[in-house]
Design a protein around this ligand. Structure first.
Ligand SMILES: *Cc1c(COP(=O)(O)O)cnc(C)c1O
Length: 223
């Protein structure tokens, strides 16, 4: 408990004002998440629908649950009652399903559009070109169940600091192009979610205002 509070504090002390911390609690038990809650943390990130639902049903209501993993369309309905932001919108089809389910529940859900720039093919998301094209053809009036808040991305999983920096710059400049272009009439478009335990300082230097940190807070995950 002391440890978790201390680690959250020390991360926060390195974050400039205006950068939000998502504590990534996936694979960690509810008691441990509760320790972080008692330390004042309110935003938690999960990557599996079942786990998010279970934890959300147990933890206090003022937690903001963020879904950060790949979201299968058949899992959307399960998380909609609990989730406040979905970081991982990687197709127009998924966006539409989130909108439709949110409307069914009378909710408005914040979403981020996931950008794929990393070297690994296992990562999901639109390429910057695909995303620009998608955003140009997209009309927010058609989807009152969602608010498109910005973008999310991951850097390549490499040691090469320059490659990581280049990936984050690409994500941030795609955000800028969207904000100046197809999203220019969207006042809610303000979030760049990038940076994890090992690279969040670089991400913040490149313009991130939301970091997703798991291991540094909770320790290694046991899958
Ligand atoms: C697991 C995960 C994180 C947290 O990674 P750590 O290295 O544990 O900080 C961040 N973002 C996404 C999308 C994840 O799946």
């Amino acid at each position: 408990m002391e440890d978790i509070a201390g680690r959250i504090d020390s991360i926060k002390s390195t974050l400039p004002e205006g950068v939000k911390l998502v504590a990534v609690s996936k694979f960690h038990p509810t008691e441990v998440v509760m320790d972080a809650y008692r330390a004042g943390q309110r935003i938690f990130g999960e990557s599996r629908a079942n786990e998010l639902q279970e934890k959300a049903s147990t933890l206090p209501d003022d937690v903001e649950w963020h879904f950060i993993g790949h979201l299968q369309t058949n899992k959307v309905r399960q998380i909609i009652p609990y989730v406040s932001m979905i970081h991982s919108i990687d197709s127009g089809r998924l966006l539409k399903i989130v909108n439709d389910e949110a409307l069914r529940y009378g909710r408005k859900v914040d979403v981020l559009l996931q950008i794929h720039v990393a070297l690994e093919e296992t990562k999901f998301g639109f390429t910057p070109e695909e995303l620009m094209e998608f955003a140009e053809s997209w009309d927010s009036d058609d989807m009152p169940g969602i608010r498109v808040r910005g973008v999310m991305g991951m850097a390549s999983n490499v040691d090469d600091e320059e490659r990581i920096r280049a990936d984050f710059r690409t994500i941030a400049s795609t955000f800028d192009s969207l904000a100046a272009g197809p999203m220019s009439d969207n006042d809610n478009f303000d979030t760049i979610s990038m940076g994890m335990s090992h690279d969040y300082m670089t991400a913040v230097e490149c313009g991130s205002n939301m970091v997703r940190i798991g291991t540094t807070i909770f320790g290694e995950r046991e899958y």
